[in-house]
Design a protein. Structure first.
Length: 340
């Protein structure tokens, strides 16, 4: 199993350079309320030479497929063939609240989007007639989408973020990899089964398909101390949008922490973030993150590898620590893998 670093924008270049020296395979840039992915990856591409670069994820509602294809081609050219395009539909609050894009039928939208991006990357003119995307737009005789970027791979890998069974099957069918977050080894095993069903639709095995969950990570001898570094991140994510449709709240309920999450949400609604953080259960964090001393993290990594993970993302941005603390997390994780 290989390692990836899920970067924080503020110290992305330093972290990526350190990860490259430590033998990490991939540097991932998230996209959300704090930063976009392409800007971070452009800076990292200029300062690294070997480590692969990936978006985790570029949000589908944020960009037309042509813009995504052009951005992917540019990043792959600038990094000399190191870019991997991670895509995701995000959630209703972000899709509709930020971008004004309806969230209905997200799987059909994703399928069409990936088809257009892949065709554009091949370098020829693209016309498309779908339910969600029409190129050129209806009634127009405009010039078709056509990229003239040079030096990129026309078949650069496309990864999809996916959660539900149908979305996981779609990832297996149309993508080259799966991006997961906040997931347990058991949930990874279930996801791999769904992905394999999608692969079978095209007569493909799981060979060569990337299974890449990213996990919040904190290193400390005491589990509670480690969990305390991650509780603010869990609260932040559970407080996004409507708790009824929030992915992270749904995940916690699925794992059996419904009552605890209702207390977290209630405290957040009251404006008491400190109390909300205190209500995030240690057991939830332990099942969906890497916490503890290096040797314990090594054991947890083995569980994920046995569940089918090919590359494990280390989400250093989730820990409330210093830049030096994040570098320490990377070193501990590199040591943990070497100890197998």
């Amino acid at each position: 199993m290989k390692l990836a670093v899920n970067l924080s924008a503020k110290d992305a270049v330093v972290l990526a350079e350190a990860a490259e020296e430590l033998g990490f395979d991939l540097a991932l840039a998230p996209e959300g309320y704090r930063s976009d992915a392409p800007g971070v990856l452009g800076a990292v591409a200029a300062r690294t030479r070997r480590i692969a670069l990936g978006s985790a994820v570029m949000q589908i509602p944020a960009r037309p497929p042509a813009t995504t294809a052009l951005t992917a081609a540019t990043l792959d050219m600038l990094s000399q063939g190191r870019f991997r395009l991670g895509l995701g539909v995000s959630n209703p609050d972000v899709s509709e609240g930020w971008y004004g894009v309806p969230f209905e039928r997200p799987l059909a939208r994703t399928r069409e989007y990936v088809e257009i991006v892949r065709e554009a990357l091949q370098g020829g003119p693209v016309t498309y007639r779908g339910d969600h995307f029409v190129l050129p737009s209806a009634g127009r005789a405009a010039a078709p989408l056509h990229l003239f970027t040079e030096g990129h791979r026309p078949d650069l890998p496309v990864y999809l973020a996916a959660v539900g069974p149908a979305n996981l099957r779609l990832a297996g069918e149309i993508a080259d990899g799966w991006l997961g977050v906040f997931t347990s080894p058991g949930m990874v095993r279930e996801a791999v089964g769904r992905i394999a069903e999608g692969r079978a639709v095209r007569g493909l095995s799981m060979e060569g398909f990337e299974v890449l969950p990213s996990l919040p990570t904190a290193v400390a001898d005491d589990l509670e101390r480690a969990a305390d570094q991650l509780r603010p991140q869990y609260c932040y994510l559970m407080g996004i949008g409507d708790p009824a449709t929030n992915f992270y709240c749904s995940l916690a309920r699925r794992l059996g922490f419904g009552a605890e999450i209702e207390r977290v949400v209630r405290c957040l609604g009251d404006g008491d973030r400190r109390a909300a953080e205190a209500h995030v259960p240690l057991e939830l964090i332990d099942r969906t993150a890497l916490i503890g001393p290096t040797e314990r993290i090594a054991g947890r990594m083995r569980e994920y590898a046995e569940a089918g993970v090919t590359t494990l993302g280390i989400m250093v941005s989730a820990a409330t620590t210093t830049p030096e603390g994040r570098l320490g997390i990377l070193k501990a994780c590199a040591e943990a893998v070497r100890s197998w």
